[in-house]
Design a protein around this ligand. Structure first.
Ligand code: GLC
Ligand code: GLC
Length: 809
């Protein structure tokens, strides 16, 4: 069942049934000010940090869900309603929500009154705009009351949801005309406030939640709306809100519009007040003045559209499959940018108060956006690397505001350092910017021990070699990519963190997955050294990689697939000899991607086993059989009920590793069949089962052992975005940035005869056409550049503005 449709021309998803299985959201903002916005106008705003500068309040764990946000209320005689349906849930005659790139339009109509909300956050300004247009489609004059409503958060979202004994006494507001100022804590150490304004004259307002809602009232039927007016309240403590009320008499066919805006403003310390207790509103006035007319509103939107068009034009594909086109050209790329902005902080499943930026997550996210924003990717790499520890290990997370490693969680996740090599390699291949390796970068944020980025890579590589276990395989530490495979934790006490408790990082437990990573990214590291002319060092690295490959085939191979690990007692994990959890996806994908066993046959066997044991109609599960009991020696993985999350869920993030592996084996049909299984655009028709947004990936789909098989969770902020974008564009379409140019090596379904790609690469636009006259799955036999045949291999980077490339398979 569908709840809407794609509008590829306008780059929108249009929701036409407001009762989506879950709130289907969008992200507004791409600089410092962000808003999460659902299809019924739920959501919240924050400035830079979703925990420390939360502007509006959101209650997550609160049924009925999604009633805090940016709602517009209409009172029309006895009927109260919202254009986005929530929170009154009055049935609408017509409803549409258009989620576009950085903006959302919601249109609702009831009894011949149509209301449109157009919301976006302009480029480079800290403001959420919401233009509301009413139209009387009736043949007679109508009398309408219009209300806006937001609820303020007292800035620190964590404190805001816990510390009521203080917070119910701190709230402070000011109102001047149509401008409602939220200034809690401004009197003391804050030099920022929020302002919620209307560009038209208002008839009344409220800033006390209780007065607006009514005593024991609810967002579904606020007393003020029922009364047809607000009470002009100024909140002192309790819950400060902002509500505007405008009374309208609309002639038949008449239209009225008003622009509401929610802005965040900082004021220099010595200019905070204009007189005792009265805040300096000048910076707010200035910002509001930039968006207080329709013309300015429209111009801001135009600039925003141009920004997205330019970013997305860096990779445009045209194939016979419209779903592939819309994922690559619009939604998958868009999601990659959202992961760049948000990391894992704020979604409808991440509260914005928990995690900082993950070391491994951020490195992997980069694979998906480096071609769109190479300059910002460069800075991101330097920020991440500066948190690396001196021994080459990594803090598992860092805080975006301070950019410092987070010592509460610490390090010891032994895959982390190798992801740094992965993202630096991708960055150099994209940009050719070898200079980044000479940048001096702190270790542990200490300038006194700074060294070159190349030295950081060296320590990443050596970190694995310095931490080998009894089978010469890498020690797993607290966990590897799979945060929940905690082989050194042994947690018996509820509430303990599986990631940070436990006796030690362990001298025995080993990871075959990290071994695969070491081979894959160790080869990349060696290539980088060769390019720099460091041949001896490169040869030594290659030797270490070859030894690891041998160790994997000797002690990391289970007969039909790659083993997952050895536990703290040296027992096998992910082996046919185990009672449950006999086979895991991660080492199959990673080891084959690394090229292990490709020549000698193990790779093919491993992929056959994946197909037989792990593949389902909704994707590949992490492991099989699911653990049915809690295992002290395995940790959090066995804490989840069978079929969910890391315990045999379909983790969308590592499905593309197997897809990549299939492309390495030349199996284009198989790669694409797998691609479709988790790709949201292909799941649109089963939205009642999949439940999350059909335009973005979710982290996890319930596996075959789960009662809710096929149900997605945790949409938006997942490494899946970057990996699926990479596997489709590089593995399947075969457009692979390389150190000295573009390599084009497609691995496609045999029924594809031709496709085109426009790819901006190092300042040149490549217009690429791939012809497949013999309906092959892989193998290029001819390359023409600007009409001239060149030898097979990498197409050297060009200095021209545009280049025409023809590939014949
Ligand atoms: C989550 C984490 C990621 C981890 C994965 C598997 O998505 O963000 O770092 O690799 O789970 O446990
Ligand atoms: C939990 C989640 C896992 C995630 C981890 C991050 O363990 O289940 O997916 O990676 O938290 O800390």
């Amino acid at each position: 069942m569908k709840y809407g449709h794609f509008d590829d021309l306008n780059k929108e998803y249009v929701i036409t049934n407001y009762e989506t299985p879950l709130p289907w959201i969008n992200y507004l903002g791409s600089d410092d000010f962000f808003t999460l916005l659902s299809n019924t106008a739920g959501g919240y705003s924050f400035y830079k940090d979703a925990r420390l500068r939360r502007i509006t309040r959101y209650r997550y764990n609160n049924l009925p869900l999604d009633q805090d946000g940016f709602h517009i209320y209409i009172k029309d005689n006895k009927t109260i309603w919202n254009p986005g349906w929530q929170p009154t849930r009055t049935k609408l005659d017509k409803y549409e929500c258009h989620h576009g790139l950085g903006y959302t339009n919601i249109i609702g109509s009831k009894n011949r009154i149509e209301v449109k909300q157009e919301l976006y956050v302009p480029k480079n300004d800290n403001i959420l705009l919401d233009r509301v247009t009413l139209r009387n489609n009736d043949k007679k004059k109508r009398s309408i009351d219009l209300f806006s409503f937001v609820e303020f958060c007292l800035w620190d979202a964590q404190d805001d949801t816990t510390n009521f004994q203080r917070n119910f006494s701190t709230g402070e507001m000011e109102v001047v005309g149509s401008k409602i100022y939220h200034k809690t804590e401004y009197r003391e150490r804050r030099n920022h406030y929020a302002v919620f304004f209307a560009n038209k004259k208002i008839d009344s307002f409220d800033t006390e939640r209780e007065k607006f809602m009514g005593l024991y009232g609810s967002p579904a039927a606020p007393q003020a709306v029922l009364n047809g007016k607000c009470s002009n309240t100024i909140a002192h403590g309790w819950q400060p809100v902002g509500a505007h009320h405008i009374h309208l008499d609309l002639e038949a066919g008449e239209t009225y519009d008003v622009i509401f805006g929610l802005a965040y403003v900082e004021v220099p310390e010595r200019k905070k007040f204009i007189k005792p207790g009265v805040i300096n509103k000048e910076p707010a006035e200035k910002l509001i003045g930039k968006y207080d007319t329709d013309k300015k509103f429209d111009e801001g939107l135009k600039t925003l559209n141009a920004f997205w068009d330019k970013l997305l034009s860096r990779f445009e594909v045209s194939t016979a499959n419209e779903k592939v086109n819309r994922m690559v050209n619009i939604w998958n790329a868009y999601q990659c940018m959202v992961t760049f902005n948000m990391s894992r902080s704020a979604s409808y499943y991440e509260s914005g108060i928990g995690r900082g930026m993950g070391f491994r997550d951020s490195c992997q996210d980069l694979l998906g956006f480096v071609h769109m924003i190479p300059e910002r990717a460069r800075q991101r790499i330097l920020d991440i690397a500066a948190t690396q520890k001196e021994d080459g290990g990594a803090y598992h997370q860092y805080q975006p505001l301070t950019k410092k490693g987070n010592s509460d969680i610490g390090g010891g996740f032994n895959d982390d350092p190798l992801w740094l090599i992965a993202c630096v390699d991708a960055y150099i291949k994209e940009t050719g910017d070898w200079g980044i390796l000479d940048e001096k970068v702190d270790f542990d944020n200490k300038p006194e021990v700074a060294d070159t980025l190349l030295e950081h890579l060296r320590r990443s590589f050596n970190y694995t070699l310095n931490n080998l276990g009894p089978h010469s395989l890498p020690l797993i530490g607290r966990a590897d990519w799979n945060d929940c495979l905690n082989l050194n934790c042994f947690s018996k006490h509820p509430g303990e963190s599986f990631q940070i408790s436990g006796p030690s990082e362990g001298p025995v437990a080993e990871s075959v997955f990290i071994a695969g990573m070491f081979v894959k990214y160790g080869k990349a590291y060696a290539n980088i050294l060769r390019h720099l002319g460091k041949d001896d060092e490169a040869a030594a690295a290659e030797k270490a990689v070859a030894a690891m490959e041998k160790a994997v085939l000797k002690d990391g191979w289970d007969g039909k697939w790659f083993l997952r690990a050895y536990d703290a007692f040296g027992n096998k994990v992910g082996s046919s000899t185990n009672d449950e959890g006999q086979i895991y996806i991660e080492p199959q994908g990673m080891c084959v991607m690394a090229g292990i066993g490709v020549e000698s046959g193990e790779a093919q066997k491993a992929l056959d086993s994946v197909k037989k044991r792990l593949e389902t109609k909704y994707g590949i599960v992490i492991l099989n059989p699911a653990y049915t009991t809690y295992r002290l020696n395995l940790g959090e993985i066995s804490s989840y009920p069978p079929g969910y999350k890391e315990n045999a869920g379909i983790f969308c993030h590592n499905n593309p590793w197997v897809i990549f592996a299939e492309t390495i084996m030349g199996h284009g049909n198989r790669a694409f069949a797998l691609y479709k299984k988790t790709c949201p655009a292909f799941l649109e028709d089963i939205s009642e089962i999949h439940r999350t947004e059909p335009y973005v990936y979710c982290q996890m789909v319930a596996g075959k052992d789960a009662p809710t098989f096929g149900e997605g969770k945790n949409s938006w902020l997942t490494g899946t975005a970057a990996w699926t974008f990479t596997v489709l564009t590089q593995g399947i379409l075969g457009i692979q940035p390389d150190y000295d140019g573009l390599k084009i090596d497609p691995c496609i379904p045999s029924n594809v005869s031709e496709y085109k790609v426009n790819r901006r690469f190092r300042g040149t636009m490549y217009h690429i056409t791939v012809f497949n006259p013999d309906r092959k799955q892989k193998g290029v036999r001819k390359i023409l550049v600007d009409g001239k045949e060149i030898k097979l291999g990498v197409i050297p980077a060009s200095t021209k503005k545009e280049v025409d490339v023809q590939i014949v398979m």
